[in-house]
Design a protein around this ligand. Structure first.
Ligand code: FA5
Ligand code: MG
Length: 459
């Protein structure tokens, strides 16, 4: 029967990820094609652009104040990734169509925020002298993160984030208020070459930004001001100084602050950078909700946190056009980068691409596939087809030979009420010219796997 396709019947009882073996269950949805990525750790490879970008950002944060964690393992508990960050129980991010579950209790982290609580806890000083992070006021965490997502030049199921956080004490030894501590530090935090065109102040009328319970408006404002200044310094370092804009142009880099929502910060913001004629989101951040700090034993502190996408920044900084390139072992890619120097990426010749369309009838919900989004026994009653299941299936067959996948047609049959989808798969290698036979073979396997695993009817 179809519904058992990728469910317990044909699923091994255990799964080994980065040398550790875990029990599987009906929640498990990690395809074998993903497991090699768990040991790549691009952010630690000297001269790799992901590592270079990480180091450039780290250089702005003194290690006397910020503990640096770069080797935290990718499997975390559902509690770490979602619960203790205050994600509501019905948040879409928790669904099996968006997140890779190792089993019911463990996931591949979807963001570096999964480590916030434990690392805030580690910062407590009393009696923990000498332990990592003890007594420091902040941290940086760089790591690989995993999300089931669409396929295109800027989305990949594995990418890298850097989390940063900073706390301020409310029981400061010299009895300074949060506002005074922040003002004092801001004196030494100068931003060069960056123009903030929208700042999204807490008080801006009608933007609905709220101050967290237990925080005074002026405290929250001070912390948000410090956060923004710190991140504007990051942009200055990356886009103005390191990328050499300063040397070649009088023009400042334009940024804007946009109001955002995260379950664990309030107020929350996203930072966008004007680059090649577009506003690009590079990070999310905000003032940490007090519940999280209380939970981590830091109730007498207030602070900020941010999470930046390292690929996003590296792509802008080096002019790298396709996110797949980061994973390439081709010397023509890796040989172009040096730690401490930013030189624009020179594309090696683009090999011809080839697209193939696949059209199919989506199964109705009762007999739908349970490969990803629907959990056996939970009877969500949703649609029997999740786009991310399709994306992952295509990735599983074509790997990095798939450049992107687009939905090009969708309609519901007026009589039968059945839904039809048509996707265009663009095949292209970054390293060589694909033969017709090879592409035909891949497309044939996509088609047969589709019927086997997702229970769709090909048209
Ligand atoms: C988060 O992941 C939050 N944890 C960020 C955060 C941290 C907020 C601390 C508040 C406090 P978001 O899903 O927006 O947020 O991702 C953050 C950044 O990761 C994005 O701005 C983007 O730069 C990058 N990113 C997100 N999805 C992808 C993707 N599929 N591919 C590449 N980069 C991505
Ligand atoms: Mg975002």
């Amino acid at each position: 029967p179809r519904q058992s396709s990728s469910q317990p019947t044909d699923l091994p009882n255990t799964i080994t990820l980065a040398n550790i073996t875990y029990n599987t269950d009906a929640h498990t949805n990690i395809p074998p094609s993903l497991t090699p990525y768990l040991s790549r750790t691009l952010h630690l490879h000297r001269h790799h652009p992901i590592s270079n970008t990480r180091k450039t950002i780290e250089s702005l944060f003194p290690t006397t104040q910020y503990e640096i964690y770069n080797t935290l393992p990718p499997v975390v508990t559902v509690a770490q990734n979602f619960d203790c960050l205050g994600f509501p129980s019905d948040h879409v991010g928790r669904s099996r169509s968006d997140t890779y579950y190792v089993n019911r209790h463990q996931v591949l982290r979807t963001h570096t925020s999964a480590h916030q609580a434990e690392k805030f806890r580690a910062m407590q000083s009393g009696g923990r002298e000498g332990e990592e992070g003890a007594g420091k006021m902040g941290y940086l965490i760089s790591a690989d993160v995993y999300r089931r997502d669409a396929i295109d030049r800027s989305h990949y199921p594995v990418f890298h984030q850097m989390e940063g956080a900073r706390l301020f004490s409310r029981s400061h030894p010299s009895a300074k208020t949060i506002e005074e501590q922040v003002e004092e530090e801001l004196q030494g935090m100068k931003v060069e070459g960056v123009e903030v065109v929208e700042s999204c102040a807490i008080h801006e009328e009608g933007n609905g930004v709220q101050v967290e319970k237990g925080h005074s408006v002026s405290e929250a404002e001070a912390v948000a001001k410090h956060l923004k200044r710190q991140l504007e310094m990051v942009v200055s370092k990356i886009f103005y100084q390191a990328a050499g804009t300063a040397a070649t142009s009088e023009e400042k880099v334009k940024v804007r602050w946009v109001s955002a929502y995260f379950p664990f910060t309030s107020p929350s913001y996203e930072l966008e950078v004007w680059w090649n004629g577009e506003w690009l989101e590079v990070l999310g951040c905000g003032v940490i909700k007090q519940d999280l700090l209380n939970y981590a034993g830091q109730g007498d502190k207030i602070g900020w946190a941010f999470g930046v996408g390292i690929e996003r920044i590296a792509m802008l900084m080096y002019g790298i056009p396709d996110i797949r390139l980061f994973w390439s072992n081709d010397e023509r890619f890796s040989g172009q980068f040096r730690e401490g120097a930013v030189k624009k990426f020179e594309a090696f010749s683009k090999y011809p691409g080839c697209y193939k369309d696949v059209a199919f009838w989506v199964p109705s919900s009762e007999r739908g596939s349970a490969a990803g989004g629907l959990t056996v026994g939970e009877g969500t009653g949703g649609e029997g087809f999740h786009e991310n299941d399709f994306m992952e299936l295509v990735r599983g067959v074509g790997g990095d030979l798939v450049e992107d996948v687009k939905l090009i047609d969708e309609f519901t049959h007026p009589k039968s009420g059945r839904k039809s989808m048509c996707y265009r798969i663009n095949y292209r290698s970054l390293e060589r010219t694909l033969t017709n036979e090879e592409v035909d073979g891949l497309q044939e396997r996509v088609r047969s796997t589709l019927t086997d695993k997702l229970g769709v009817e090909l048209r």
